[in-house]
Design a protein around this ligand. Structure first.
Ligand SMILES: *Cc1c(COP(=O)(O)O)cnc(C)c1O
Length: 389
């Protein structure tokens, strides 16, 4: 039967879904009764800390939270974001103009191109990467130019490798450190080079900082806004999702350049009506807390990381201990593709991973594992890997 309507052209431009085969195989393996260990999902298995849940419970019972929220976010939440940026990064923000509340950072990332791009614009973005940079650009009619993240460059973009003609035409540059999926980190020296590059070519720098709080061995990932000139050329997206295990709550923020934020805010005020005030009140409690819940969370993730990566190394795999994020970027054995290795792990060991090429062509040669299962399951995964060889 033919469909009674033709979906919009832009939907036809969405790249083909590459995980169909893997989804089918996963269902087939599951149907065989195999106990699947899912290292594929980038979604914390641990609950939101109790004090945040309790704050929400009280806030939701207060009729004062039941009306339309303010478009750019509750003043109290924007002030809490400014306090947190000051305490965590030493970055001063004006909560009136340099902070905006988001319904999760994905929402802001997806909507930003509607506020900054004209059809046929070019946006630069690192690859492999979070697919939303590309999808948001596509929906705004802009082209995506992928900047490869390669191991020989420590998974940082090589600015010399970007064609100056492309750079001259580019409107924005999406980048993300600590990085999903490579787990690479960036220092302030790199951020300074990004500011220089964006200033030279008049490009809006768009940093996705979702993972700055998930770091190990005492490492403190910087904010892009810590470097001089950053807020003149760009903005930073952040989120409570990974920091406080709040992915389901939908709460994030964008900070930095006020003109870019105003453009995003204008789009948002015509599309959504802001994040639920009760959620923002819970967010204030999270940001204003002593952050011991974050340290406890990282300690759990670090133990899992040590078990998984230590075990993989012992088995001879080519892999590094990530300094941040809850991802492990594992090089596939020589002679295999990322898709082939993913299928192998699923069929032979009941382990789900994400093939690197599914997150962008330069991700070929790697699979992404997530530290989002308990340590006992990590051990079990290693035992199975040892058996299948
Ligand atoms: C998880 C994630 C986000 C955050 O998404 P929210 O919409 O805030 O839940 C943003 N960027 C990257 C790279 C992520 O992995």
């Amino acid at each position: 039967m033919t469909q009674f309507f033709e979906p919009a052209e832009r939907l036809k431009q969405i790249p083909p879904y590459l995980f169909k085969e893997i989804d089918a195989k996963k269902a087939e393996v599951k149907a065989r009764g195999v106990d699947i260990i899912d290292l594929g999902v980038g979604d914390p298995d641990l609950p939101t800390p109790a004090f945040i849940v309790e704050k929400m419970q009280a806030a939701v019972a207060d009729p004062g939270t039941h009306r339309y929220p303010a478009y750019s976010g509750m003043k109290g939440f924007r002030e809490a974001v400014a306090r947190w940026y000051q305490k965590r990064f030493g970055v001063e923000l004006d909560p009136e103009t340099e902070v905006i509340t988001l319904i999760g950072s994905k929402e802001g990332i997806a909507h930003l191109p509607l506020g900054i791009n004209n059809p046929e614009d070019i946006n630069l973005m690192t690859s492999p990467g979070y697919p939303v940079y590309q999808m948001g650009s596509l929906f705004a009619g802009a082209y995506s130019h992928m900047v490869p993240l390669l191991r020989e460059n420590a998974f940082l973009p090589d600015f010399h490798d970007i064609d100056p003609l492309t750079a001259r035409d580019a409107k924005a540059f999406f980048f993300n450190y600590p990085n999903n999926p490579t787990a690479a980190v960036a220092d302030k020296e790199f951020f300074t080079r990004m500011v220089d590059f964006c200033r030279e070519y008049q490009i809006i720098a768009v940093h996705d900082a979702a993972y700055t709080e998930l770091a190990y061995d005492g490492y403190n990932p910087p904010s892009f806004l810590e470097v001089p000139g950053a807020r003149e050329v760009g903005i930073e997206f952040h989120s409570l999702s990974k920091t406080y295990n709040m992915t389901g709550w939908r709460l994030g923020m964008a900070v930095g350049n006020k003109d870019v934020l105003a453009a995003l805010g204008k789009i948002k005020s015509n599309i959504d009506s802001g994040a639920f005030d009760a959620i923002q009140l819970a967010g204030i409690a999270a940001l204003d807390s002593d952050q011991s819940c974050v340290r406890e969370n990282c300690a759990i993730l670090q133990e899992r990381r040590d078990i998984l990566v230590g075990g993989l190394k012992k088995l001879g795999y080519d892999v590094e201990f990530p300094r941040a994020t809850f991802y492990v970027w594992l090089a596939v054995p020589p002679g295999m593709t990322s898709m082939g290795f993913t299928t192998h792990l699923l069929e032979k060991a009941g382990i789900v991973t994400i093939p690197g090429m599914g997150l962008g062509a330069p991700g070929e040669g790697y699979v992404r594992l997530a530290l989002t299962v308990p340590k006992e399951r990590m051990q079990e995964a290693l035992t199975r890997l040892e058996k299948v060889g």
